[in-house]
Design a protein around this ligand. Structure first.
Ligand SMILES: Cc1cc2nc3c(=O)[nH]c(=O)nc-3n(C[C@H](O)[C@H](O)[C@H](O)COP(=O)(O)O)c2cc1C
Ligand SMILES: C=C(O[C@@H]1CC(C(=O)O)=C[C@@H](OP(=O)(O)O)[C@H]1O)C(=O)O
Length: 393
């Protein structure tokens, strides 16, 4: 499976093309729209999300609710486009357009965003040409692709969930979710304003977001993605670029503003001896091989172990601040302190939805690379056979 996304934040629409999906897989727009709605939500989002009502249009690759095996094209219209048609016009500027109608060029780069370096790299002196594509608006399509990937994984009995474990230094108590199955955890976080399983922490997180917003500042945090039901042996140790942990970490780091990744015990492994980090191996008639603990987060030697994959990512605070940091105007070279039109004070809950979908996409892609069949039923049969084989190995 391969895929691309395209589209500017305030352009007419966002597009994704996915190629390599098996044929005969059930797929409807509704399956994707529910996830797009969740990405738009979460306490801490700014005014743009009140304008957009993200709904996907499937324009190829599906007929009567089933994939055809041909490329699937997904599009989402930017409702905000109607306010930006002149500023974001595709045609060359014509004489009948009054330059006064077009907003001033952006010459004031925000620290922490792509503005300055992107401008240097692509020769854009109007930094809007950078921010339009570097915007996390693009994550809409990664969630749309991930929703398709999740639909694929569901046919194979593989479930995913993501939840927020920290915002602005307020952490969840792992006891609040460690005992929960993926479906139970999902049910809880879907009712929560910050997609967090710990009710006490959630209340404090909402307060912290409101407080930081009032102070013109922003907050980051940590999200955790869990993938349950993945067979062992996805990924490989035989070549560095086939290692599954590397691919998953890359996917997580590809999300705007994500700055670190850990698996299982993660960075706490540095504080523990090997006996408290590695997971003992056991076998039972019912389960086949399993681990007595899952401190490594479901990966050994670049391969899935069959235990749940547990991966966390840290998101830095949003760089656009109402109380801005100092920067330099690229035309005058003078320092300035910017005025901001709008921004998200905290997008960690929304980013947890993105994280779940980019991880689901990577797992689905790896499975499609590993098992070859052009039909969904064929793939299900192949994986079931493989699951029997590894159980008895
Ligand atoms: C869901 C989501 C929403 C975001 N919203 C904003 C925003 O409103 N304002 C902003 O400046 N950055 C926002 N960001 C972060 C920027 O897109 C990101 O910092 C920027 O692309 C620079 O990339 P980097 O932080 O990875 O270096 C958001 C990120 C995510 C994942
Ligand atoms: C549009 C989305 O997020 C945007 C991500 C973003 C950024 O700089 O990354 C800036 C804001 O957009 P705007 O500049 O239009 O206010 C966010 O709202 C979205 O998530 O769909």
């Amino acid at each position: 499976m391969r895929f691309f996304t395209a589209g500017e934040s305030h352009g007419p629409q966002l597009t994704a093309i996915i190629e390599g999906l098996p044929a005969q897989m059930p797929l409807t727009a509704e399956m994707i729209n529910n996830e797009l709605k969740r990405r738009q939500g979460g306490h801490g989002r700014g005014r743009r999300m009140q304008i957009e009502k993200d709904q996907v249009l499937i324009t190829s690759g599906v007929r009567h609710g089933l994939t055809l095996g041909s490329p699937v094209t997904l599009t989402v219209v930017n409702d905000d486009w109607k306010h930006w048609t002149k500023i974001m016009g595709i045609q060359p500027l014509s004489e009948d357009i009054n330059p006064e109608d077009i907003k001033r060029q952006i010459t004031r780069p925000r620290p922490g965003h792509a503005d300055l370096v992107g401008g240097m790299k692509y020769g854009h002196r109007d930094l809007r040409n950078v921010l339009e594509r570097s915007s996390a608006r693009e994550t809409t399509m990664r969630v749309a692709i991930g929703a398709v990937a999740k639909q694929f994984l569901r046919q194979l009995g593989i479930k995913t969930v993501a939840h927020v474990t920290e915002i602005g230094g307020i952490s969840t108590d792992p006891k609040s979710y460690a005992h929960l199955e993926v479906d139970e955890l999902r049910e809880i976080i879907e009712q929560d304003p910050v997609y967090c399983a710990d009710k006490v922490a959630s209340v404090k997180m909402v307060e912290a977001i409101d407080d930081i917003k009032g102070r013109g500042d922003t907050l980051g945090g940590i999200v955790e993605v869990i993938v349950e039901g993945c067979p062992p042996g996805i990924g490989s140790y035989v070549q560095f670029d086939r290692k599954m942990d590397g691919k998953l970490a890359g996917a997580m780091m590809s999300i705007n503003a994500f700055k670190g990744v850990e698996f299982g015990l993660g960075f706490k492994m540095a504080q523990n001896p090997g006996s408290k980090v590695h997971d003992e191996i056991a076998w039972s008639e019912e389960l086949g091989y399993y681990r007595k603990s899952n401190r490594l987060g479901g990966l050994e030697g670049g391969m899935t172990t069959g235990m749940p994959i547990v991966i966390r990512g840290v998101m830095k605070p949003i760089p656009t601040l109402y109380k801005p940091l100092e920067s330099v105007d690229i035309d005058t070279k003078e320092p300035f302190v910017a005025t901001i039109e709008r921004s998200d004070p905290c997008a960690v809950p929304a980013a947890s939805v993105v994280a779940e979908h980019v991880i689901a996409t990577e797992v689905a892609k790896a499975i499609m690379d590993e098992f070859r069949s052009d039909t969904m039923d064929g793939l299900v049969d192949e994986i079931n056979r493989y699951r029997e084989y590894v159980k008895e190995f």
